[in-house]
Write a protein that binds this ligand. Structure first.
Ligand code: PMP
Length: 455
């Protein structure tokens, strides 16, 4: 295995990673001894930024209820919660009349989006989306868009589908900013232009984009943005749906309860309710102030570090990873939009002859590397990338080696970000090369659907 000599080789050349919790955690190896844990599963949940943790720790002694208490700490917590909303608004470059609603996660945000659609809305979604973007539209007329082979084709497919869209009818295109499987960046601004020309709106699934690239609602032109705190270094149970106020204002509240209601009186057999306007309408129940504050802290940290340096560093890690994997003949890196499509630090791959679950388990047990294996909650996309039919059984069958010519049913995904040291991606490449060449050093078995080392 060789890494191209022109690639930066040290942290000095790359710049230091941002400090994250867990960077000094060591994990046991089945083969004996301990190694520092290489967290390469940022796309599932990233580690916590040290600055976020420090902010949370400083606030927690002052924790109090939000929008429901007269005491000093309630007032302080309410102020922090609303300031956090303003921080997110600035971070996203929201338009003056956009709402910023705190949710639990991207999944929650996209389900909220589906719940506030005006009657008769037509929704357009690529079949390659994450399930959180694919599945919430069950009560809506849905057009599934076929998988594109290039970024340009993605725009064309949206244009074709929307050519027949009745502009009098509300329309919504849901598209991802960066794929959680391939890391590839989708042409969001171009898709938005096409959608708007046809009278449709766009909701951006920014779960994998926000930690890696600046997301500016004004610049991209999108109407709504959804993302999660736990993928952007703030894992305290908060997400965001931000965007145009009208549909949010006119819809029934996403959740019914305290905080969303302004006035409730007995009427007839039940109640007459005057619902709140603005974000409170969809934030019933006691808000998660710690989560919102942590998410806002992460926004501040990323902004103050500057995306220019974050992107430059991540792209250097990505080049290094891709070059290293390309030098291993048995490895195939997955790509939907073509090798030239820009990516964030998310790389999925398969290794000839290996069940991906077996490989992922050996990376963990023998090398201390945490990756994810599976279909990444994007089953139609992963099946298409692996060339598997929808009716093929998805059981991974690990740890048996694949028969010659047999296709794996799932993949391995390595993902990284602002806290990743070079050593982690180098260790991954070296470990994959060694496993592909020499096989596993340990014995594995399947237990409750997972491939685990025999102990
Ligand atoms: N969209 C994408 C692209 C994702 O990667 C994920 C998480 N894997 C989600 C949506 C859902 O995010 P969450 O689990 O935080 O709701």
């Amino acid at each position: 295995m060789s890494v191209q000599p022109s690639l930066p080789t040290t942290e000095v050349e790359l710049g230091d990673p941002l400090p994250v919790l867990g960077s000094d955690v060591t994990v046991p190896l089945v083969t004996g001894g301990e190694v520092p844990y290489a967290a390469l599963d940022y796309a599932a949940s990233s580690p916590v930024l040290a600055s976020v943790w420090n902010d949370v720790a400083s606030y927690v002694p002052y924790y109090g209820s939000v929008h429901r208490g007269a005491g000093y700490l309630s007032q302080l917590s309410t102020d922090l919660f609303e300031q956090s909303r303003e921080t997110v608004r600035e971070f996203l470059g929201c338009r003056a009349d956009d709402e910023v609603v705190f949710t639990r996660s991207t999944t929650d945000s996209l389900n909220m989006m589906a719940a506030v659609l005006p009657a008769g809305t037509k929704v357009y979604v690529f079949e390659t989306e994450h399930h959180a973007a694919l599945l919430p539209w069950r009560d809506t007329e849905l057009t599934l868009l076929r998988a594109p082979g290039t970024r340009h084709e993605a725009v064309e497919i949206v244009a074709e589908a929307l050519a027949g869209h009745d502009p009098e009818r509300p329309g919504l295109v849901c598209v991802t900013g960066a794929s959680n499987v391939t890391g590839e960046l989708w042409p969001v601004a171009e898709i938005t232009e096409v959608a708007h020309a046809a009278g449709a709106r766009v909701v951006l699934d920014a779960a994998q984009l926000v930690p890696h690239r600046p997301v500016d609602i004004g610049e991209l032109g999108v109407d709504y943005v959804a993302f999660s705190g736990h993928k952007m270094y703030a894992p305290f149970g908060t997400g965001v749906l931000a965007g145009r106020a009208d549909w949010l204002r006119e819809a029934e509240p996403y959740l019914a309860g305290g905080g969303a209601s302004r006035r409730v009186v007995r009427g007839g057999d039940g109640f007459c309710v005057e619902w709140q306007h603005g974000s409170a309408r969809h934030e019933a129940g006691s808000p998660n102030v710690v989560g919102a504050y942590a998410l806002a802290s992460a926004c501040r940290a990323l902004r103050s570090q500057g995306f220019a340096s974050l992107v430059a560093r991540e792209e250097a890690l990505l080049r290094r990873t891709l070059a290293g994997l390309a030098a291993i003949p048995q490895v195939k890196v997955l790509s939907l939009l073509g090798d030239c499509a820009p990516r964030v630090g998310v790389v999925s791959f398969v290794v000839e002859g290996w069940n991906s679950s077996h490989l992922a388990s050996a990376l963990s047990a023998e090398h201390g590397i945490g990756v994810r294996d599976g279909m990444f909650c994007a089953h139609p996309l992963v099946r298409a990338l692996l060339g598997n039919a929808p009716d093929q059984p998805d059981e991974c069958g690990a740890p048996e080696p694949l028969a010659p010519g047999e296709r794996p049913v799932n993949a391995v995904r390595a993902s990284f970000g602002a806290g990743t040291p070079v050593e982690h991606v180098d260790r991954l490449v070296a470990a994959v090369a060694r496993l592909a060449r020499d096989g596993a050093r340990w014995t594995y078995r399947t237990e409750a659907g997972r491939c685990v080392p025999v102990r």
